[in-house]
Write a protein that binds this ligand. Structure first.
Ligand code: DGJ
Length: 730
């Protein structure tokens, strides 16, 4: 990695392992984007890339003649209202009411390492493993400064980018819009890929050609949401899993965001990613600073699998901080789908006892253990043990620990029930417009996490319990999104800050708990995968992927999640059949094939198991111990392309030394057996020259496995059939 700066020509380039990202200051002072893609030689004259001929209806700044209109030049941080009619990346409102914004170059500096973003999750690296270029731009209209930071990392193709706004002026301004990422291209020959879906249907990958105009997705929910994920890929039209140019962008943020891709009138692209300007406005007093969340950019010339691998590696090395990130997670059993709210200490202990006998390593007590919560009508906020239900809780946990099991507990810290002691005491802590209608979801209201005293209360209550009881894992849930976003604690002029301050409050609570309990394993959750993002992964190394635990449904969910996020971060469990979400029944093998691809655990009443089921679970536990190092640390490949038009999917993990491989192939829906198409599993990422041996004794060269593949027609000839193949190289 390197950063190239030419002070005389005001040219800057970021070099990663396989890419170059270049910028240059244009004639009118704006920082222009020169190019981004495969590596180039920056000593070549690239100035033509930042020149544009005269275009009709495209104004130019005074003194620039008729060419070089800001409306056609590729920019790095497009201002507002000064000749660039495309989407804008920053907008500052002055005391005189004007929002015209025109950031122009002022200075730059380069340094080793990268600073943390105050109050926000962001990538980190040792000083020697990362370099940062900071370019300062000054708004011609307000005098406010934008410090654009770009960091590059050793052995990575990821570039981290964020923007700091500093108000060095003597008047208060308002940030109306500030995008973390802007990426302009001079052509639009791309497909757009992005994860989309809904509750229990998260992160299905959508691929579509770009079309003129704006294609946009995002969230105004105060959380990233189940519906879209804060990232996208621009892929060359011919790009596939294993070939072609692809560009990925991912926001390290867990609140409302927007991702916008505009194909402009000259068939170029402007892509933006950042905090959603809808319901966002930040007052910046003289001397104050504001940091945008960080955005990550990545380029690959070798298709989507290579992009995902870069993203996984980066998230593992530079985003997830937890001491658990490289560790094998305890196999857990969660009581939710086994009991819902209907349990007592005897039932929980019985689950634990059975779990211990099966080799399960942790019991997680889900919703319903606190206050008077026997359904979803009450008690959120009252994080005190329901002793009627659980008796002496500390003693129960000790008995569970004595079985050799760890103990984990569910919380939904950000929420409050109207029927709760907390609400009786602090109705003003609810996020709402006082005296006006409020919206309920799952019968609950939301705490105003922008208030310091709310975060303090939650910290003290949760930390108090963690000090008293031996809790080694927390499932941190969030079962609704924000409405009536208003804080009684902030003045009128700062109400546009509440949604972002809420997210900062959530981050602060995480941070304080982790400072106090550094080994605590937190699993993020939001009604399943409603807040699966790189921001949360900074605090929680794993996130419950989806409330849909049907293994068949999990295929697109987990494959879609793998576009950006590593398998070790995906919460995945074997649940009961018929499945509670879909009513579908599939084999234990099939359920394990999916769950073993994530953190692994159980979510069903194991006390009801037959002897045969006990045997199956013990085998699955053994499989977890055998394969999990590979799943956590190996390189992941989606292999479904090899299956043509069959209803199959496949994936594999390959160890760094390419000695070990685990492949999973699944058939979702079979055709009548005499009509089954031939199915070949084609591997990726192997060493072509090595000979790999399957557990049944067959051996093939890596080249054969990758270019021809092996026949799995019979193994995949039934609905929800699967095959797991473990190979070792000699
Ligand atoms: C939603 C989660 O996704 C479930 O796993 C479970 O924890 C429930 N909430 C509990 O209310």
């Amino acid at each position: 990695m390197a950063i190239i700066c030419n002070e005389a020509t005001k040219f800057f380039a970021l070099e990663t392992m396989n890419s170059t990202y270049a910028m240059q200051v244009g004639n009118s002072g704006e920082l222009l984007h020169v190019c981004y893609g495969g590596k180039i030689d920056c000593t070549d004259d690239l100035s033509a890339l930042t020149q544009r001929p005269d275009r009709a209806f495209s104004p130019s700044p005074a003194g620039q003649g008729r060419s070089n209109s800001l409306n056609v030049l590729p920019a790095e941080l497009a201002g507002f209202g000064s000749g660039d009619f495309r989407m804008t990346a920053c907008r500052i409102k002055k005391a005189n009411g004007s929002s015209v914004t025109a950031p122009v170059y002022k200075s730059f500096r380069v340094y080793n390492g990268k600073p943390a973003l105050p109050g926000l999750p962001a990538s980190f690296a040792a000083e020697t493993a990362c370099r940062t270029l900071e370019i300062t731009l000054e708004d011609l209209f307000s005098g406010v400064e934008f410090l654009l930071s770009f960091s590059v990392f050793d052995n990575s193709d990821v570039i981290a980018r964020s923007v700091k706004v500093v108000n060095n002026t003597s008047e208060t301004v308002e940030i109306e819009n500030l995008m973390s990422l802007q990426l302009d291209f001079d052509h639009a020959d791309f497909d757009l890929l992005y994860p989309q879906g809904n509750w229990a249907y998260e992160r299905h990958i959508e691929r579509m050609p770009l079309h003129p105009g704006i294609q946009s997705f995002g969230s105004v929910r105060g959380s990233t949401g189940h519906q879209y994920n804060p990232g996208f890929v621009l892929a060359a039209k011919t790009a596939s899993e294993n070939s072609g140019e692809v560009y990925g962008a991912l926001l390290v943020y867990s609140g409302s965001y927007t991702a916008d891709i505009q194909v402009d009138a000259f068939s170029g692209i402007r892509a933006l990613l950042g905090i959603n300007p809808e319901n966002f406005c930040w007052q910046l007093t003289p001397g104050a600073e504001f940091h945008s969340p960080e955005a990550l950019l990545c380029y690959s010339a070798e298709g989507l699998n290579a992009l995902s691998a870069q993203s996984h590696k980066f998230i593992m090395e530079h985003i997830i901080r937890s001491p658990w990130k490289h560790a094998k997670r305890p196999i857990l059993v969660n009581n939710w789908e086994a009991t819902y709210f209907d349990f007592d200490d005897n039932k929980i202990y019985a689950i634990a006892e059975k779990a211990a006998s099966l080799g399960i390593e942790m019991l997680v007590l889900d919703d319903g253990w606190f206050g008077e919560r026997n359904d979803d009508n009450s008690s959120l906020g009252d994080w005190f043990v329901n002793t009627d239900k659980l008796g002496d809780f500390a003693a129960l946990v000790k008995r569970i620990n004595a079985l050799g099991l760890k103990f984990g507990l569910w919380f939904e810290p950000e929420m409050i029930s109207e029927k709760s002691k907390l609400y009786e005491k602090h109705p003003e802590w609810v996020l709402c417009v006082p005296g006006k209608r409020r919206s309920y979801a799952r019968n609950q209201l939301i705490l105003d996490m922008s208030r310091k005293e709310v975060v303090d209360y939650l910290f003290e209550t949760i930390a108090g319990l963690l000090k008293e009881i031996h809790i080694e894992y927390i499932k941190w849930d969030m079962n609704r999104n924000l409405t009536e976003i208003f804080s009684a604690a902030l003045p009128a002029g700062q109400q546009g800050e509440v949604a972002h301050r809420y997210v900062m409050g959530v981050y602060e609570l995480h941070e304080r708990l982790l400072q106090a309990f550094p080994d605590l394993l937190i699993e993020g959750c939001s009604g399943g995968g409603g807040r699966f993002d790189a921001g949360m992964l900074y605090y929680a190394p794993q996130i419950w992927c989806s409330d849909d635990s049907d293994a068949l449904e999990r295929i697109p969910i987990q494959l879609g999640t793998s576009l950006f996020y590593p398998c070790s971060s995906m919460g995945a469990h074997v649940s009961v059949c018929p499945n509670h979400q879909t009513g579908r029944s599939v084999s234990y093998d099939f359920r394990a094939a999916l769950a073993l691809g994530g953190t692994f655990g159980y979510e069903l009443d194991i006390t009801k198991f037959t002897a045969e089921e006990d045997k199956i679970i013990r085998e699955q536990v053994a499989a977890y111990h055998k394969y999990n190092d590979l799943v956590r640390e190996g390189r992941f490949f989606r292999l479904s392309e090899g299956f043509g038009r069959t209803n199959c999917a496949a994936w594999c993990w390959v160890s760094d030394d390419r000695q070990e491989v685990l492949a999973v192939a699944v058939c979702k829906q079979a055709r009548p057996c005499s009509q089954e198409p031939f199915k070949r599993l084609r591997f990726a990422g192997l060493d072509a020259g090595k000979v790999y041996t399957l557990e049944d004794g067959r051996s093939f060269h890596g080249s054969t496995l990758m270019n021809t593949g092996i026949d799995v027609t019979v193994a995949l000839s039934k609905d929800a059939s699967c095959v797991m193949l473990y190979l070792k190289a000699k």
